[in-house]
Design a protein around this ligand. Sequence first.
Ligand SMILES: Cc1cc2nc3c(=O)[nH]c(=O)nc-3n(C[C@H](O)[C@H](O)[C@H](O)COP(=O)(O)OP(=O)(O)OC[C@H]3O[C@@H](n4cnc5c(N)ncnc54)[C@H](O)[C@@H]3O)c2cc1C
Length: 493
Amino acid sequence: MTKIIIAGSGNAALCAGIAALENGAEVLMLEKADAALAGGNTKYTAGAMRFAYGSGDDLLPLLKDPDDPRLARTDFGGYTRDTFAKDLLGFNDGRPLGPEQRTLIDQSYDTMAWLASHQVRFEPIYSRQSFEKEGRFVFWGGLTLAADNEGVGLFDQELAAFERLGGTIRYSAAVTDLIVDAGRVCGVRTGSGETLTADAVILACGGFEASAELRQQHIGPDWDKAKVRGTPHNTGDGLVMAARLGAQEYGFYGGCHATPMDLHMAEYGNLDLPPGERKNYRKICYFLGVMLNARGARFVDEGINFRNYTYAQFGAAIMQQPGHFAWQVFDAKVLDLLYGEYHFHDAHYVEADTLDALIPLLDGVDQDAAHQTLLAYNAAVDDTTPFDPTVLDGKATQGLALAKSNWAQKLDQGPFRAYPVTGGITFTYGGLKVDDAGAVLDQGDAAIPGLYACGELVGGVFYNGYPGGSGLTSGAVFGRRAGTGAATAATRG
Ligand SMILES: Cc1cc2nc3c(=O)[nH]c(=O)nc-3n(C[C@H](O)[C@H](O)[C@H](O)COP(=O)(O)OP(=O)(O)OC[C@H]3O[C@@H](n4cnc5c(N)ncnc54)[C@H](O)[C@@H]3O)c2cc1C
C-alpha cells in the first residue's frame, strides 16, 4: 500500500490526509505540537470559509441545521466566481489572476460539498457577517458560513473523518528533515531523531508567521514586534526543508495577513479561551469610528470598504505607525454595534463622557494633534446621508485630505471609548510553487519527486491582502489536491 507522511495537522493537512486515504493510501500525520495545540492556526479560527455559490439554496446541503427557523428570513445573496475573482484581484496590485487563485475560486464550492460529504458541517455566521434589517438577516460580504464550533469544530470534524478512514496521527513529532534517495523524497526525520519512510511526503506545516527572524528577513525590520495571533509552531520549517532540496520560493514574501489586535494581548494566541471568545483580542470595528496614531493623526480610510476587505491589511498599517500602535475611537451611537470582542472581559479600553476628557487618556498620543484631528473629522462628516452598515452607504467625510468613505458618523455622543491596538500577524503569503497535483516545483519548474505541499505553504494565492475566510478554503482546496496527487502519483509509481 502507498505510504504517505504529512507534516502538520491543520485544515490543509487533514484535507490532504482525507483525500489520500480516499485514494487508497496509508497515511501517517506528524504534528510538531502536543495534542492540545495540534491543529495549528486552524483551531484559532472562527472556521469561516469563503466560497462561490449561486444562492442560499446552495448552502443548505452544507448546513448542520437546515431546519433553523432563521433561514426563512435570511438573505444570503449570491457570491459568484466573478465576484470572488474581483475580490482577489482587488489585492493583486495589478497582477492578473494567477493559476492558484483560479483553482481556489473554481474548486471552492465543490470542496465545501466534499467536506460536507465527510460530515464536516457549517453554520451561518449571523453574528459577524449579517445585520438585521426590516426583520431579515442580511448578509453583506459574500462570507456566509463557518464550521460548526468554529476552528476547533473544523479540526475535530476533519480529524474524525481522517481517523474514520484509517489515518493515524502522532503528536509532539516535528518533521525536521526530508530524506532523499536517488533524487526522490522517501521519508522524514523527526525531532527525536527517528527516521520514517514513505512513498511521498506532504508538507502542510504552515507559514513562517511565528518566526520573528523570518518575519524580519522577509516582511520588514519591525516585524519582530508583531503579536502572533495563532500558534507558536508555524516557524517556516516546511519552507526551510523544501529550500534545502532546491524548491522554488513563490508568491508574495513582503507582506502578510495582519489585523488590529488588542495592544495588551499576549505574544501568541490563546486557545484556552472558550469557543466564541478565541478571537476576542482582535479589534476590527474601526469602520464604525476612527483610528489615531501617536501623532494624533488618522492614517487609513477606515471606511474604504467592508471590513472583510480591509482587516487583513490594517494590522500592517498599524505596524507602520510610530511605536506600532494606534487607538480606535468610538462614540455611544455605535457601542451596541461593536462586535463581542469589544465587550470581552479582558478588552483594554478607556472611556470618558466627552471627547475632551477622552483625549488625555490616549496613552502615547499627541493630545493637541488628536484634538485637531477629531474636530476636523467631525466638521467634515456629511449629515445628510443616512448611516447603514449593511451596505457601502457612501456616508463620507467631505474635504479631508484622508477621507473616511463610508459609515462616517460624527463622534458626538458620550460616553466615548477608545481601544489601544497593535498589529497581529495571522499568516504569511509567501510559499512554494506547486503544480496541478500539488507537487513542489524546483527552480527550473520541475516537480521534486515525492514532495507535495498545501495550506499556508502554497505561494501565489494571496498578495497584498485577503478577502476574509479564504485561508481555510485555500487549505481545503490545495490540501485535497495534494492528498489526491500524492496518493495517485505514488500508486502509479
Ligand atoms: C486567529 C486566527 C483566525 C483566523 N481566522 C480565519 C477564518 O475564520 N477563516 C479563514 O479562512 N482563515 C482564518 N485564519 C487563517 C487560517 O488559520 C489559515 O489560513 C489556515 O489555518 C492555514 O491552515 P494550514 O493547515 O496551512 O496551517 P495550520 O492550521 O497552522 O497547521 C499547520 C500545522 O503544522 C504544524 N507544524 C509546524 N511545523 C511543523 C513541523 N516541522 N513538523 C510537523 N508539524 C509542524 C503546526 O503545529 C500546525 O499544527 C485565521 C488565522 C488565525 C491565526
